[in-house]
Design a protein around this ligand. Sequence first.
Ligand code: G4P
Length: 532
Amino acid sequence: MPELDEQIKRRRTFAIISHPDAGKTTLTEKFLLYGGAIAAAGMVKGKRNMKHAVSDWMEIEKQRGISVTSSVMQFEYDGFCINILDTPGHQDFSEDTYRTLMAADSAVMVIDASKGVERQTKKLFKVCVMRHIPIFTFINKMDRDSRDPLDLLEEIENVLGIQTYAVNWPIGSGKEFRGVYERTADRIAVFSGTSETTAGKYEAAAQYAALGDAAADELISPAQHEKLLEDMELLDGAGSEFDIDAVQRGELTPVFFGSALTNFGVEPFLRDFLSMTPPPLSRRTPDGEIDPFDPAFSAFVFKIQANMNKAHRDRIAFMRICSGKFEANKEVYHVQGQKKMRLSQPQQLMAESREVIEEAYAGDIIGVFDPGLFSIGDTLCAPSKKVTFEGIPTFEPEHFRLVRQLDTMKRKQFVKGITQIAQEGAIQIFRDLEGGMEEVIVGVVGELQFEVLDYRLKNEYNVEVRMEPLTYEFARWLADQTIDPKKLDLTSDTRRVQDMRGNKLLLFSGEWNIAWAEQHNDGLELLDFSKG
Ligand code: G4P
């Protein structure tokens, strides 16, 4: 089936990760501009506002002007069909951010050149490493005064523990930023701004000169030329060799310098990145790997977005297609529900709109109407296929509150509401080992989720709750679930609890308490995620 192969081969599905304000939105927007998917800058943010107007419980989003949910955008560039997974940042950082990475085949890490590796980048990076996916680094904002490029590479290597290979090298920074030296092409590229073509497509205008050539002195200052020659000598001598296999294994990150805002180096980055990032990867199941080119359809749910329309309590389940082709009118098998079904209103988020689709291929993300059947991690496949993908891990929450209902007569609604919301994956709920559900410890990755929980319990389940902050900061699951937590020697402020699936874990107030637990209990292995 050559058409199927061709369609899958040209797909590239990746996530962009960064600490807030490093320039993720700006870079995404520039990608969309190059792909001709949007006509003018500002559309991505504009689109978010439009989305706010249609979502209902997301009043909170509207009030704060932020997006609680992540989305996906598809566009075409140079023969590639690109799916960009947007990972929510800012206060809306949530478990969804992590889960989105489970659906990506590679990640682009955007780093602010004046700041280096920041907190949220580190956390997201950890998830990428867990999945062994290739990571590409874009060091942004070179048009501002930035840190020394060699220092930045060293920091990435030391803090994140990944080798770096600079694909290009910046010439100056801030007002002195002229462009980059492209190592593979062995040429200096000096950007002279952008021009908008009649088709509304942006192109970065560049002039080129060879390194060491007299013509280079005309494009960049002789001092910059000199410095570049020195830097290159240093880099050639001390830096890692480029090794595409190490890139594919996630052990070496190709690094690109540029400026998303002023379009310096964005299109060359997109081009090189697309040539190095893999087409849809195969996915693991307990019975072996599933090849994306296998014509039988299979997919897994990585995100559920609840109550897009409050009147109908509907939910949209987002799934990543892992193999074959999805056809809207064909029956699929929901493995966990053991049911054949037709997926209703399958849709895809294009750059500017949400469209009902007839077909999609491995690598693509589709959203389907979910009448409450699906859970995060569920598998859907062709009835003949019957595979089950490995579940999505539960990631460590970082904020905890004790939640009780105010009106004890509403116990049933409270339990139902909080359990359903936890099943959707917006929050995690814990209780003491022998505890009931009269009070629940709620753990979240981003604090905004508490507000979402409060709002939804009130509006959808008619339950008022009281939330008390707890001082825990870390959750660690027991790697060996046969251990009796009561027998562990722990500091008095460590709490022994179980999660919704009955997995045992410990809540710690600080890193010091984790170290204590490890020191006082021989061979105790603690994990910062639950395997499912
Ligand atoms: P994020 O999605 O990672 O949170 O970052 P975003 O793209 O929103 O960028 C954060 C701020 O940094 C924005 O400015 C944006 O214009 C600016 N920025 C992004 N890339 C570059 C760059 O290459 N150079 C410079 N100098 N600035 C850059 P803002 O004033 O906060 O927002 P806005 O009002 O411009 O939208």
